[in-house]
Design a binder for this molecule. Sequence first.
Ligand code: FES
Length: 124
Amino acid sequence: MAELNKKLNENMYLCHIDDIEEGASKGFLSDESGSDLFFIVKQEGQLFGWRNACPHVDGAPMAWRKDAYMNSQHTFISCHAHGALFEPNTGLCVQGPCLGKSLKPVPVYVNQAGKVSILLTDIR
Ligand code: FES
């Protein structure tokens, strides 16, 4: 049990900060259907992690293809099922059927070398 708890407190390396372009998004930990567990967006040089689960229909995946979580202008996260738009930095829905609801955050860590990681405990 102690070994399991130690493992869950470990960081999981995901990518380098430069692997995600400004205004772009990247999904991680795909299941057998190809749906990501969570995704990261980059806005104004900062990274924000969110669960790939739309608050409109609980648990609904949001991208229309791999890593496609942003709208065409790269200004908002977009759920491609029914067009909801979310602020990249807060996860708040500002347009669409789940207006006022929010995405569930996934804390993202970037070390001095630019390595991006998460804590496994944050995605259980
Ligand atoms: S499931 Fe996301 S907007 Fe409907």
